[in-house]
Write a protein that binds this ligand. Structure first.
Ligand code: ADP
Ligand code: MG
Length: 599
């Protein structure tokens, strides 16, 4: 069976469920749909983006309370607001707009926090909003707001469970579809790259602060829509379902289903809701007393799950199901992306003047001067700890020099950030490879082409970006072919040998169409034949006018390839010249004597 067949069967089952099932189960399915809509946002936010939020229930509350107030108390509101209460649909728009503004504000405050401060931040505003629902005058206090009108669709009020069932699941399925589209796009790769660390993503031109905000706002909007549906299903709201406990339960559902999987949100919400219901019925009878025993059982279940199946249930289910996945087709006929005009051969592309970088008392780079020209390979060598990688970071915008200047094509870039350098045409690889191990080789390389595409989140969600996407993927495939990894297009990047992962990073760097390439130990871990092929590739790039800075330990490799060699020791440049000059330089021989530096 193909995934499409399974989907058709699933949709057919969904369509007939309310006809075949007793009302109790339809209600259960309604809840599953509502919860899954929230969990889906968390899949993107937490599972894919790595940002943990305990506060989603509060956004559900914003959606629910906005519509409750507007549709029941419009007369008490000023006219410019009151008209939004004329229909629940207008109230939905109002709720989404309010959520957008609120999420943007909360995101601006919290998303900058890192580590455990971010989840703590979400708990803080989650609690504040919850207490606001209970305390703000006009929201009905802890008794809540009754008499919420039903939603009307084509004039028909959705008063019964099996009516609103179709609306809830339509919302959910559209959200699933849009999320899947988004993740499978240029913006989606930028979002998925967040987990690879900010340095890598920013070096590929991704605005990570923006990507974080995008998923935060989208997750909040989905929660808001769920709250709107909930309010009109219950026809009544009070603060209880929007508290921290529910925020935690949403997170549980996401993790149970498989935090990085779109369909995991459904599985998680389904399993959680059904199990909870079942345990609530079963346990008190079994234990002979009443109480919230299901929560205790759940707690232990969660711990067990985190030990046994950290990626959740969806990957387990996907393995059991007889599904054959076709690898994604790349349309090599897609129109090639436009290319940058390369600086003329011999022109200085990058110039570092007196760059110094101190870490506390340690001077990792001391008054370093480097000049790299178009169409040449400059090798930077030196013993371990000499400061080569630090120098890389100073000239690629990743780090800010303590003092000194860096000019890239005449633009001052010291401290300007990695994204600015990427935009100007600088691309790099990392000494310690930074790949998304679970993403395919193709997608990893496509991240490199981020700045060569322009379609945004909305276009991606509704699949209006497909022409551009085809061009980006074709470009990625071309670069993969070029570096000799053509046979691994659809393999997971993490499954490649380390040497191949380094080569993959070169393909990713090339996908940005750079005019200067910084390679930090690209030949480490390569076999003899692979090294030769890498050498050929670098020579070819040089012939095309690329400026290349190469940090490398393999002296044969360096000396056979570089036009010039700069030698560093203790943060300073101790020599610079042609390979033969360097090989006979006494200071260099001194630096290399004794202290051999293989990593
Ligand atoms: P190389 O790449 O030549 O092996 P590095 O540039 O990685 O050398 O390191 C140069 C020196 O700077 C080392 O002593 C290293 O410990 C130190 N160093 C590098 N990065 C940092 C940092 N972020 N904080 C403190 N010290 C650092
Ligand atoms: Mg290094």
């Amino acid at each position: 069976m193909s995934p499409r067949h399974i989907l058709v069967v699933f949709l057919a089952l969904l369509a007939v469920a309310p006809l075949a099932l007793p009302p109790f189960y339809v209600t259960l399915l309604n809840y599953i749909g509502l919860y899954a809509l929230v969990a889906l946002g968390l899949v993107m936010l937490t599972g894919v983006g790595g940002l943990t939020s305990f506060g989603q229930a509060a956004f559900v509350g914003v959606g629910a309370y906005t519509t409750a107030v507007l549709t029941t108390r419009a007369d008490a509101l000023p006219a410019w607001l009151g008209w939004l209460g004329a229909s629940p649909w207008l109230a939905l728009l109002a709720g989404l707009a309010l959520t957008l503004a609120l999420a943007y504000l909360l995101g601006a405050i919290t998303l900058r926090l890192s580590g455990h401060f971010l989840p703590l931040g979400t708990i803080a505003w989650g609690l504040s909003l919850y207490y606001a629902f209970g305390s703000v005058e006009g929201l009905g206090g802890h008794t809540g707001i009754p008499d919420i009108p039903p939603i009307r669709v084509f004039g028909t009020p959705l008063t019964q469970g099996d009516h609103i069932y179709y609306l809830i699941w339509a919302f959910l399925l559209v959200a699933v579809w849009c999320t899947q589209n988004l993740l499978d796009s240029r913006e989606g790769r930028a979002i998925r790259a967040l987990k690879g660390g900010r340095v890598m993503a920013e070096s590929m031109g991704v605005d990570t602060a923006r990507s974080r905000m995008v998923i935060f706002v989208l997750a909040a909007l989905q929660a808001c829509a769920s709250g709107w549906l909930y309010a009109h299903m219950q026809r009544f709201v009070n603060p209880h379902p929007f508290g921290l406990q529910m925020g935690i339960e949403y997170l549980f559902m996401t993790v149970i289903g498989g935090a990085a999987q779109v369909w995991g949100a459904l599985v998680g919400a389904g399993v959680f809701t059904v199990l909870k219901q079942w345990l609530q019925d079963l346990l008190p009878g079994l234990l002979g007393q009443s109480g919230n025993f299901e929560i205790i059982v759940f707690g232990f279940g969660m711990v067990l799950l985190l030990h046994r199946a950290r990626r959740g249930l969806w990957p387990v289910l996907a393995r059991l199901a007889p599904v054959r996945r076709k690898p994604r087709q790349v349309d090599m006929q897609a129109e090639p992306l436009p290319r940058r005009t390369m600086p003329p051969r011999g022109e200085v592309v990058l110039k570092a003047v007196d760059v110094t970088r101190r870490f506390g008392g340690l001077v990792a780079n001391n008054a370093m001067n480097l000049e790299i020209r178009a169409g040449e390979i400059l090798a930077l060598i030196g013993p371990n700890g000499a400061g080569k990688s630090t120098m890389f970071n100073q000239i690629s915008g990743v780090d800010t020099p303590t003092s000194g200047r860096v000019a890239l094509l005449g633009h001052e870039v010291a401290g300007a950030g990695a994204r600015r350098c990427a935009r100007l045409g600088l691309s790099r690889t990392f000494q310690h490879v930074r790949l998304l191990g679970r993403m395919s080789v193709l997608e990893n390389v496509a991240i490199g082409a981020h700045l060569r595409g322009h379609r945004g989140v909305m276009a991606a969600s509704w699949r209006l970006d497909r022409a551009e996407e085809a061009r980006l993927l074709a470009e990625a495939a071309r670069q993969i072919e070029r570096v000799g990894l053509g046979g691994h297009l659809h393999d997971e990047a993490g499954s490649l040998a380390l040497g191949q992962q380094r080569i993959l990073e070169i393909a990713r760097a090339l996908a940005s169409d750079p005019c200067i390439l910084l390679l930090d130990e690209p030949a480490a871990g390569l076999r003899y034949q692979e090294k030769r092929e890498l050498g050929e590739l670098l020579r070819k790039l040089r012939a095309e006018g690329m400026a290349i800075l190469l940090v490398e330990h393999d002296m044969d490799f360096v000396m056979g390839m570089a036009d010039r060699v700069a030698v560093m020791d203790f943060g300073e440049k101790i020599a610079e010249g042609s390979p033969s000059e360097i090989q006979n330089n006494p200071a260099v021989l001194e630096a290399y004597l004794g202290g051999v530096d293989e990593e």
